[in-house]
Design a protein around this ligand. Sequence first.
Ligand code: ADE
Ligand code: ZN
Length: 352
Amino acid sequence: MTPAPDAIDRIAPPQLPALLAAMPKAELHMHIEGSLEPEMIFALARRNGVALPYASVDALRQAYAFSDLQSFLDIYYAGASVLLTEQDFYDMARAYLARAATDNVVHAEIFFDPQTHTERGVSMGTVVHGLSRACREAPAQQGVSAALILCFLRHLSEQQAFETLEQALPFRDHFIGVGLDSSEVGHPPEKFARVFARCRELGLHVVAHAGEEGPPDYIWQALDVLRAERIDHGVQAVHDAALMARLAADRVPLTVCPLSNQKLRVFPDLADHNLKALLDAGLMATVNSDDPAYFGGYVNDNFQAVFAATGMTARHAWQLASNSFDASFAPPEDKARWHRQLADVFSRFAAA
Ligand code: ADE
Ligand code: ZN
């Protein structure tokens, strides 16, 4: 399945941009509300008669200068206020999936934040049915398989998370798992221990944002208290050697988002990003776009930027794509097919 090691190493640095674009990949960390481009925000605001505090698309785009996670979240939640109908959620997800297909994404596991919508009076059914229809159609329409992961907003209470889970249960078949997102520092994973225990009992997959801005201790809690199967971000793990050893030994996937980390000033200079160090330490890192409409690019833009800044090689590219399949919640036969497609692309570049 893997091309011969020397074949991968024959792929030269000038071939990397084309290789990164062409290789098949899975995207495992993308908030669908973060794929709302300013043009679509304005179009939906017009369609729904929602007033926006920005005069134009350009004025909105100019507000995208963030100092940290919270400064981004304030604008991100405001942007999501234009989403009202099932058609809005469908259109948003369809636009993302069409865009992802152009990056040779073969599979996407998509986060959504229902509390952002239900607290404005939009029903859980409206949200889930719109997103789910786009995911269902994606294999035939875009050649991409897609699944949904419901995220709880960690700045809200445990009680509100339980209520959200209750509202979502009639739609249990429309999502494969749960996650934890929003403002990290001050909202440790253990705050949601009982909600996640219930989700595991329900047979849902469990992931959590941890170690984006927060300390390594939050990653330990995500692993040992929530029993998260993947850590979203996780880049602060490098400050804890025992944690690095645990993540490597247990092959815990980290869904890393380089342009997000740059724009939210986790790594203001992408040359300082630790993705290469994580991979070289044997961790199962992947590359993802987080909120592509806000952070300057989709998944291939993330690959291109972080490779250009940190000097990674074709071997790192192969590892990242391979990890993205293995870290997904897709069936084994799908993973095997994507691995074969990956090997074909690498063999083609090695022979060029
Ligand atoms: N919601 C959307 N993007 C997020 C991020 N990068 N961290 C936490 N919550 C988010
Ligand atoms: Zn995220």
